[in-house]
Design a protein. Structure first.
Length: 104
């Protein structure tokens, strides 16, 4: 999947929300997050992000690899655990950011 990294924090341009064909980008308090199980790897979000915050997880620079877990963990154990639900059940978003983002 694609991953949103630190450059999005306190920017939240939201252009990616309109670009994503499967609506798998969610809004937290200070940043946006990509649902790793819903992303279809189309790459459209990366092309519209004005601050280059979005990268494919397999092309992340070493210093940004932690953001894979930040994006995933935001969605909670229903994603990180076994048998993550898709569709409506997974559309849970939280205004509360991942602790890494909250402390940024
Ligand atoms: Fe959405 Fe495509 Fe970006 Fe994945 S790569 S978050 S599907 S726009």
């Amino acid at each position: 999947p694609f991953v949103i990294t630190d450059a999005c924090i306190d920017v939240k341009d939201r252009g990616c929300l309109d670009a994503c064909p499967v609506d798998c980008i969610y809004e937290g308090g200070r940043t946006l997050y990509i649902h790793p199980d819903e992303c279809i790897d189309c790459g459209l979000c990366e092309t519209v992000c004005p601050v280059a915050a979005i990268h494919a997880d397999d092309r992340l620079p070493e210093e940004l690899t932690m953001w894979v877990e930040v994006n995933r963990a935001y969605f909670g154990p229903e994603v990180t655990g076994l048998g993550s639900p898709r569709g409506a059940d997974a559309k849970t978003t939280r205004a509360v950011d991942h602790p890494v983002v909250a402390a940024w």
